[in-house]
Design a protein around this ligand. Sequence first.
Ligand code: NAP
Length: 319
Amino acid sequence: MTEERDVVVIGSGPAGLTAAIYSARARLAPMVLEGEPSSTSDQPGGQLMLTTEIENYPGFVDGILGPELMARFRDQAARFGADLVTTRATRVDLSKEPFEVWTTAGGADQPAVSAQSIIVATGAQALMLGVPGEDRLLGHGVSTCATCDGFFFRDKPVAVVGGGDSALEEALFLTRFASQVTVVHRRKELRASKIMQDRAFASDRIVFEWDAVVDEVLGDSSVRGLAVHDVSSGETRILDVAGVFVAIGHRPNTALFDGQLAMADNGYIRTFEGSRSSVPGVFVCGDVQDSVYRQAVTAAGSGCMAAIDVERWLESRGR
Ligand code: NAP
């Protein structure tokens, strides 16, 4: 049977759950399709489930762990009556109203829910290098999450690929376990913020492999090295590592909306006047529409905007 809702929120990171808190408090009884734990791109709670300490979310003076922060967002949404469903949206039809959404739980035959409005908060996921060995050894020494997998590398050397805040955050976290952390960066300057750079340079367990491009992840059933080459000399080198953490940025999760919502050239969903998408009644928030700020707090702020925009839109239609 197809359920009918005024608001369906797709995604349950900071943006989706803030949209849920606000729309639930506005008595819109939102249904939140929160994703599935087994999925890499749609895990409930979003990317913060894969992070460690969050030190810059306002209000948490001593920091808070990502998963704990998301558990609090979720409890708050549930407290106001948001209907949190552990399932993944598999297809949407935005060509007619009410909109229709299919889910893994509801199957492919009929839409699980029809919605007067939709809030898209599907977030982004980690980019991969695309080099030989990476895919094959994912989960066997190749990882995108130090919090999840760092423990397996106690007293072993590891590499982190990337030069942004994510890479240094991963590297710093890994110093708790690994014997040595080599940050492999394709340039000589880091992109990361000054405070993260200062911390990484101060660690005696972190070393840098500058101007280095990864060619291959080596190993049969587990990682035994990383082949890199120097961008200027072309010289190749093998780093002796047991783990490789890829931290080179993210791409927005937009596949559900291909051909239905306008996207910017960089692949992120376009928004107009706040959180409006190119389809009236569909609103967008969080990392799926933000290639610039990508912070938990900005995602949460945009989720609030989407909920307020939905409320006004439904009101204007007499609902
Ligand atoms: P990012 O800032 O886009 O950095 C990506 C890094 O990966 C860059 O150094 C880039 O090199 C490198 N890279 C990209 N593609 C590559 C490839 N194919 N091969 C090798 N290297 C590649 O991404 P991010 O670090 O995930 O950060 C995203 C946003 O989240 C930023 O705004 C960041 O400040 C924020 N963030 C904040 C915190 C914090 O405050 N604690 C933690 C994590 C993330 P180039 O520099 O040469 O382009």
